[in-house]
Design a protein around this ligand. Structure first.
Ligand code: AVI
Length: 319
């Protein structure tokens, strides 16, 4: 008898999120779906637009105060970076660390193995006294066993990614980081601060339209990975400051009444004119909300560094 091998059914890992998100009311697609290779490149381009201040402001704070941050964190540090990507801003902290320690261990954690490979190559070239051990993991689901690592840990969560979590998710996530650490270990987090609505609005509506392309890339990705038939020109990028909830919201708004067929989901989705898909929240903080989030998560805020305009904050918290 000949065994008949059933063909494997290849369903993209984004299928569940897209099906449940587009079936929900209001419709929503989680922001993690932005970051395929094209989306990650578009995000890098956003950070270079004149309007998008967070990346360059955080970098300037690190440039100015990395030495103080490392001194404040303590002696004999082991660095861990969650969502390290290419670890480009981390160079500033590593330089400061290696001015105080002869050798150091660095554990960059990221879902993207290609980003980590890039980080490894550049860091090895730059810092011969640094031992880099990349960890490929989705740290939002399961943190690597940090307790087993040697020395006092300094966990970096920079880039204001904490703002892309819903408040209860941010607290649950920081609690899980807290549980993976020991007393005396430290956490360095980047927070984007509440500021003039015009500055916030411009940062998410850049004149070149890079953020719009980043937002619409979600539809491009669904077309490619799930056989979708989205006409990206039939949706417009919408981003606005929601003062009451202290967040920038991003949406994709249907310009006409239309039905979009998604082959791999075996169904169509009807959109009314003006109907939106909610794609991202980017929460902004103040001194009070930063202190409260850290305290509720089991950390004690120890020191903050803020730029002269008061636009961005890097906070050091202790277990
Ligand atoms: C990655 N994250 C901190 C960015 C932000 O500002 O919330 C993502 C982004 N969305 C639009 N522009 C940038």
């Amino acid at each position: 008898m000949t065994a008949i091998n059933k063909p494997a059914i290849l369903i993209s890992p984004i299928a569940d999120d897209v099906l449940s998100g587009l079936s929900a009311r209001p419709r929503q697609i989680p922001p993690k779906l932005f970051y395929d290779a094209g989306g990650s490149r578009l995000f890098e381009r956003i950070t270079e637009t004149p309007e998008y201040y967070p990346t360059r402001t955080e970098r300037a704070i690190l440039k100015q105060s990395a030495g103080e941050m490392i001194r404040q964190a303590g002696k004999n540090l082991t660095l861990v970076e969650l969502g390290a990507g290419s670890a480009s801003k981390t160079h500033l902290l590593i330089e400061a660390l290696l001015r105080r320690q002869l050798r150091a261990e660095f554990y960059p954690v990221d879902v993207s193995s290609s980003a980590l490979r890039g980080a490894l190559a550049t860091l090895n070239g730059h810092f011969p006294r640094l031992h880099v051990s990349p960890i490929v993991a989705d740290y939002t689901h399961r943190l690597p066993a940090l307790k087993a690592l040697p020395g006092r840990k300094l966990v970096l969560f920079i880039g204001s990614t904490i703002g892309n979590f819903e408040p209860e998710e941010a607290e649950a996530f920081l609690k899980s980081v807290r549980r993976s650490l020991q007393p005396g270990d430290a956490l360095l987090v980047g927070f984007d601060l509440i500021k003039d609505a015009d500055v916030l609005h411009a940062a998410y509506n850049d004149a070149q339209g890079v953020t719009a392309a980043f937002n619409k890339n979600m539809l491009v990705r669904i077309n490619r990975e799930l056989g979708g038939s989205f006409d990206v020109d039939a949706f417009k990028h919408v981003a606005f400051w929601n003062r009451r909830r202290s967040r920038i919201e991003m949406h994709l708004e249907s310009l006409y009444e239309q039905t979009v067929w998604i082959e791999d989901l075996g169904r169509g989705f009807h959109f009314d004119q003006g109907e939106r898909i909610h794609t991202e929240n980017s929460y902004k903080f103040n001194a009070h909300s930063i202190e409260r989030l850290l305290r509720r998560s089991g950390f004690k805020l120890e020191k903050r560094w803020i730029d002269a305009k008061g636009w961005f904050c890097v906070a050091l918290a202790r277990v």
